[in-house]
Design a protein around this ligand. Structure first.
Ligand SMILES: Nc1nc2c(c(=O)[nH]1)N[C@H]1C(S)=C(S)[C@@H](COP(=O)(O)O)O[C@H]1N2
Ligand SMILES: [Mo]
Length: 387
């Protein structure tokens, strides 16, 4: 299809729109990439990576932002694609090497972005209709996507700058082809206007963002039709992986339950009554799932430092938490030093003033400040300082 015809069908298919939507889309993708990196690094810390224990809400913020910026990108992508669509198939399809390189990079760009947004969105819904492991693939592909965005921006910079420097409604060079010269002056004459298209893009981004924001921002809950988890769940807090799913019901309710703590070369076992008799500390800490939902919770239980101190001398290393859960990817977590010594890090026994429900980790669970939910191990069975 000659591009001038596409331009006549709707002048909104334009560089003017593509550049403007692309700018915001690029920004959303950059924010999504950076917040995603943070989340990945906390879960798989590279050498030298440091993530603080304070402020306690920081991960809740970065991961909420990750999912919201991803959804905003999902809302903008179709508009951006639509605005350049005819150009993707402009002839000749195969031109000089430079031209082919650009084509190839756009194919990779679109593939990677669509893959990232689609897998991310499905993950927030806990739906995994694929065979690969979400985390590693989503992470690896993120580099492909951001690399392709960088190349695309570099290649298109002159076009983008020119498009942004002209008024939104100005005719574009390629619309002045032989056919379009006879067209009315105003680009808004046919189909949707550029202004309206930008309005739709912006509106879609806002609606999309709001539709998921409520799972992280309590006062937006009522508008969040897409929020995977809201306030539902036992004790007013959502659950990820219930006790039955984890197969821990019997072991958790067993009167012979013991928590084994090893530190400074010494080991000791605690029954639930013993833990209850120790000094109880309270802390307001969010559960912030990597899937983007989060909830503020008041916890109480034994401060980790106190518990370690009751066994032996903590030497400053990381501490590993093991669950009663036998299978499952999240039956263990490793807590780095800043969180181990933080006042708010608890082996929690209570949540919002009640004993932990089975689904929230009874008899006891780890809760530490500024950590992804996936590392807040439930149904603890052992705690050990690593060498
Ligand atoms: N043993 C164990 N702990 C676990 C999990 C798990 O699957 N097994 N899921 C984690 C995840 S992904 C989250 S988001 C939180 C959710 O805690 P909640 O169910 O009490 O809200 O628990 C974490 N702790
Ligand atoms: Mo989670």
């Amino acid at each position: 299809m000659p591009k001038s015809i596409a331009a006549q069908i709707s002048p909104a298919r334009s560089r003017a729109v593509a550049a403007r939507v692309g700018l915001v889309l690029g920004l959303a993708i950059a924010v999504c990439f950076l917040t995603g990196l943070i989340s990945h690094w906390i879960q798989h810390p590279p050498a030298g990576f440091y993530w603080p224990a304070r402020p306690v809400w920081l991960y809740r913020f970065t991961q909420g932002t990750h999912v919201i910026s991803g959804v905003i990108a999902i809302a903008l992508l179709p508009v951006k694609l639509w605005s350049v669509f005819p150009r993707l198939f402009a002839r000749p399809l195969l031109g000089n090497p430079l031209h082919m390189l650009e084509r190839g990079s756009i194919a990779i760009l679109m593939g990677a972005i669509i893959f990232e947004l689609a897998t991310g969105l499905l993950n927030t819904a806990q739906w995994y209709p694929w065979r690969f492991f979400f985390t590693t693939t989503h992470y690896a592909m993120a580099y492909v996507a951001i690399g392709a965005v960088a190349v695309h921006l570099a290649v298109k910079l002159p076009v983008i700058r020119a498009a942004l420097s002209r008024p939104l409604s100005e005719r574009e060079p390629e619309q002045d082809g032989s056919r379009s010269r006879k067209e009315p002056k105003s680009p808004a004459a046919r189909g949707i206007s550029r202004r309206n298209l930008l309005g739709i893009a912006g509106g879609g981004a806002v609606v999309g963002g709001l539709a998921v924001a409520g799972q992280a921002v309590p006062f937006l809950r009522w508008v969040s039709v897409l929020a995977a988890r809201t306030g539902d769940g036992p004790q007013g807090v959502p659950v990820n992986r219930a006790a039955v799913e984890a197969g821990v019901e019997r072991a958790a309710k067993d009167p012979g339950y013991r928590l084994r703590v090893t530190v400074g070369g010494k080991a000791r076992e605690f029954g639930i009554e013993e833990l209850r008799r120790m000094t109880q500390t309270g802390a307001d800490l969010p559960i912030a799932c990597v899937e983007g939902w989060s909830a503020g919770v008041h916890w109480s239980g034994v401060r980790l430092r106190d518990l370690l101190g009751a066994v032996g001398e903590y030497r400053g290393g990381s501490v590993r938490f093991g669950s009663l859960e036998q299978g499952g990817l999240y039956r263990e977590s490793v807590l780095p030093h800043p969180h181990v010594v933080d006042d708010a890090t608890l082996v929690a026994l209570r949540l919002n003033g009640e004993e932990l429900s089975l689904d929230h980790g009874y008899p006891c669970r780890l809760i530490a400040p500024n950590r992804p939910g996936v590392l807040q191990t439930k149904w603890l069975s052992r705690i050990e300082e690593l060498a």
